[in-house]
Every structure is written in structure tokens, then in C-alpha cells.
Design a protein around this ligand. Structure first.
Ligand SMILES: [Zn+2]
Ligand SMILES: [Zn+2]
Length: 302
């Protein structure tokens, strides 16, 4: 059993390998507006034991490598992010889901629609189990992707994301996953059940929200062909365990931000304004400060 180090997210479809210009330095020049943000960011230090980059040797992906990889982008037909509630949500869990849906719209500067709830009745017995030692009820994440989401993919969806209160496991040999995404099929599923207690005090419920926002935005980034970041402390860094995920910021480094803006057509100034306002409303002070500093840096250069 893989139990010592449990990958943060299993990815069912390999990210398309980037062979074009693979010899290009990762720090190849960015467009000027993104370059200006670099001094605000911290370079990624050497990985700690059990961190993602110890377990997974990844080369990283520069902005120009991304451009050459023919990434998935929004187009006229597919430009809506759909969020699919799956299972029972109480009021505190529902609040996390609604805020996450709002946040995804801001993070990617795209319209978001929350679909009507789907009951866990759509999951058949053969796609459920009780964990053999923890005795936690779990649903099979691959079944959610292939049999629940793919047949229901809306024609205007650029990403279709199920958020569930049920624990997930991806198949034989695994204890659980936080979530799973198919990079080619535009579908993904994430559980909020391991993100902390949304019913707790302010600190606990904020932590649950922040973890859910990080996972949802990181994975949706993959759905736009963004690979893991190896350059800076960044939301697109891979995370192998909870402590590493908590260490990573909600924000993107300038390289990953440039990729996001290429994929979605987002205006970084408007995006920082919206993110600062969201963070203020959600009580995410560190994030609010960072987005305000980023905004001031870009506006000061205009
Ligand atoms: Zn990832
Ligand atoms: Zn990055």
C-alpha cells in the first residue's frame, strides 16, 4: 500500500509532454508586465524530505515552453467553469463550496455556474468501499470522472469540477486522494473532507476554505495545461502531503500567472483587484496584502 507519502492529487491523464524547445532555460524572458512582479516572489528552495520534488523528478515548464505546448485555452464555445456539488452538504460545507465557486470565477476571470446537486445515489455499490483499516466510507474517484461527469459535460464547459463531502480513493493500492483530474477530458473531482473543519472557529473554518481554494485553483490550472511550477513558491507547485500543501501560497508566480492569462485572456490588473476584494471579504489577510502589493506594482508601471 502507498501509505507513507500520499500524493496530493493523482492525475489520470498525463500532461502532454513538452518536447518543443525543451532546452530553453526555464527562466526565459516573460512579457514585461509579468517580469515586474518577480521581485515580490520567493524562489523555490531545495525540497524537504517527502516533498513532491523528492518523489517526482519534474523538469518544470517555462512560459514559452507552455506557449509551444498548444495548451488548452478557453474559446468562444467553451468558456464556463461548472461546479458540481456531489453528495450532502450542510450549511458550513455549502458556504465553502459557494465561496470556492466564486473564487474560481475570479482566479480565472471566467464565468462560473454551480449546477444542481447530485446525490451520492449516482455512485453504484461497486464504486464505493469502506477503507479496510480506517473504516471510512469512500467513493471511487475514477468512477466520478468517467461515469458521472463525462456524460454530463456541458457543451460550453471549459472545466467541469465536482466538489464532494465524501472521501475519495482512486483504486487499488491507494488509501485516498484529495482529488483527481483528467487533463484531456476537462473533468475533475475534489473532496473537502480532509481540508479541516468548516464548523470550527474562525481560524479553523478559514483554514478549511483556504485549503479548498488552493486545491480547486491548482487543479483547474492543470486543466488549462499548466504543469507543476519548479521555480517559485507558487500555487502550481506540486504538493505531496498536507504540510507541503499548507506551505504553498494561494497566489501564482509571474510565470504561471502569464500562462493563466494566456489560457483565459484574463487582465492581470482586474484579476488582482478582484482577488484582493475577495480575500478581504473572506478574511484572508496575507493573501489580500499580497494581491494589493501585486496590483500596486502593475498599476505603478502604467
Ligand atoms: Zn498538481
Ligand atoms: Zn509558478
Amino acid at each position: 500500500m502507498r501509505c507513507l507519502v500520499i500524493p496530493w492529487i493523482a492525475v489520470v491523464a498525463a500532461i502532454s509532454a513538452v518536447h518543443a524547445r525543451a532546452d530553453e532555460p526555464l527562466l526565459a524572458k516573460l512579457p514585461a508586465k509579468f517580469e515586474r512582479l518577480l521581485p515580490l516572489h520567493t524562489k523555490l528552495g531545495p525540497p524537504q524530505p517527502h516533498d513532491w520534488l523528492v518523489e517526482h523528478k519534474e523538469p518544470g515548464q517555462s512560459y514559452s515552453q507552455y506557449l509551444h505546448s498548444q495548451p488548452i485555452r478557453v474559446d468562444k464555445q467553451r468558456r464556463v467553469i461548472y461546479v458540481q456539488p456531489l453528495g450532502e452538504f450542510d450549511s458550513a460545507q455549502r458556504k465553502v463550496l459557494d465561496r470556492t465557486a466564486e473564487f474560481l470565477g475570479i482566479y480565472f476571470q471566467l464565468p462560473v455556474k454551480v449546477r444542481d446537486d447530485l446525490s451520492l445515489d449516482v455512485i453504484p455499490t461497486e464504486a464505493r468501499r469502506e477503507h479496510p483499516t480506517w473504516h471510512v466510507k469512500q467513493i471511487l474517484s475514477t468512477h466520478v470522472l468517467d461515469k458521472v461527469l463525462r456524460p454530463r459535460l456541458p457543451t460550453d464547459a471549459c472545466a467541469y469540477i465536482a466538489i464532494t463531502t465524501s472521501d475519495l480513493w482512486p483504486g487499488r493500492g491507494w488509501n485516498f486522494v484529495f482529488g483527481q483530474a483528467s487533463l484531456s477530458e476537462r473533468v475533475g473531482v475534489w473532496s473537502i473532507t480532509r481540508n479541516g473543519d468548516p464548523h470550527g472557529d474562525d481560524t479553523e473554518s478559514r483554514s478549511c476554505l483556504l485549503r479548498t481554494l488552493k486545491t480547486a485553483s491548482h487543479e483547474t490550472g492543470h486543466m488549462f495545461s499548466m504543469q507543476h511550477c519548479t521555480l517559485y513558491e507558487c500555487n502550481m507547485c506540486g504538493s505531496n502531503h498536507r504540510e507541503e500543501a499548507d506551505r504553498r501560497p494561494l497566489w501564482l508566480c509571474p510565470h504561471c500567472l502569464a500562462k493563466l492569462c494566456h489560457a483565459t485572456g484574463a487582465d492581470p490588473i482586474q484579476r488582482f483587484k478582484d482577488l484582493a476584494a475577495f480575500s478581504k471579504r473572506a478574511g484572508l489577510k496575507m493573501e489580500q496584502d499580497f494581491y494589493e502589493k501585486s496590483l500596486a506594482t502593475l498599476e505603478g508601471a502604467r
